[in-house]
Design a protein around this ligand. Sequence first.
Ligand code: NAD
Length: 463
Amino acid sequence: MAETDSSAADIAGVRRRATIGVIGAGYVGLVAAACFAELGHDVTCVDVDAPRVAMLRRGVLPLHEPGLVDLVRRHLGRSLRFTTDAVAAVAGASFIFLCVPTPDRGDGSPDTCFLDRALAGLLPACAPGTTIVMKSTVPPGTGDLVAAAARHAGARGIRVVANPEFLSQGTAVRDFLRPDRIVIGADDACAAAAVGRLYAPLEARVIYCSRRAAEMAKYAANALLATRISLMNEIAQVCDAMGVDVAEVAQIAGADRRIGSGHLRPGIGWGGSCLPKDLRALTATARTHACDHALLDAVAAQNEAQRRRVVQTLLGAASSPGGGRVCVLGLTFKPGTDDVRESPAIAIARELLRAGVDVVAHDPMDPAADGRCDELGRVRDPYEAAHGADAVLVATDWALYAALDWRRMRAVMRGRTVVDGRNCLEPLRMRALGFTYVSFGRAATAWGPGSGLADVAAAEAAL
Ligand code: NAD
């Protein structure tokens, strides 16, 4: 859909200090709100969750993200406010950032009901010249629908810009303030430039593109990340079969600038609130438009198979008479966050419970109030979690797990199996401690104390 082109003067907020409304105070919205305040803008952040807003007004965060609490408290009550009143927030804002959830509808396709509800509330209150910026991850074409909804609601002169968010939970503040790139998709050059200016203090690379390309790029990026991990999980199996260390292989492949080194570590598979959901959404979009999606299906299937292999290994180790016990170290889908949405750790723990195994879990975030892992036994001490366990699964690579006294772990466990689901422990050391140590593509790992390869540097020096 082509929008009427606007002149820069038409668009409110082209000046350096802009008035911004952020709709949704979750991982994306709260980080965006605090970071825009840090960049010098005047921000009102809206959420329908009244207790969440009440907490935020007291400077208490409803989620964990390193560095975020400092930013929120620095700007709270000055250039950063929280409210449940969307209309009041929108009325004074030149830019409205939509950061509401877009969950799976159940058939893989994204449910835009949160978006629809938010728009229904705010469109009538938008002043002419307001720019609506879509940060939520949405299927290509959603921006067109939002523009049409604005016209239908009689909201005049509204610009719709796609500005997908690429932050990674656990490093979200850093990612927002030091992004690899900022993507701004618009059919209106002036609106695109005005949104770009909001980020000017970052001096980051900004990629301007069509709105649909911006929407599509977010799905493509997450599909590529999931594909790399699933592919490395298969390559790791071949490495194990052939006596090759996958870490060496990943290092060599990743040194090629066409490939790059990120997301090449095999393990228990990918999860979290975005990768699985976005892969399913892209698959659903491909299906709707009769496009091939065999590769996307295979990436998802590999991830499921990887989890089943882990469950089978743990069940094999926990077949004690009278019932087995598995200790799961880490519940969040990655370190640095308290988010357990679609966490592989929880999926695996639930499978074990279904098979009649007793599961005791530990996570430094203790995501207890969440409700997603209530059925798991949880303790606050990793040694207590391992007490009497037939096997331990390291499911999240929190640094504290690599730093555990594994000799003490061995002493409190009943069995000897450690499944290192993140390849974060030292294989030779674990084996030397007497563990049946299982990791991914590292059966042949030779690096470590006492290995020949560790002495290469010394040998080179002696030449
Ligand atoms: P979230 O669930 O953490 O937060 C969403 C917030 O929106 C909640 O606090 C909810 O109460 C609020 N909300 C729902 N409807 C509302 C309404 N009508 N008005 C005001 N507030 C409302 O979600 P999130 O993880 O921040 O994700 C938001 C969007 O960003 C999704 O589309 C997601 O795919 C995308 N995204 C997420 C990440 C991530 O790492 N979490 C990264 C990039 C993109």
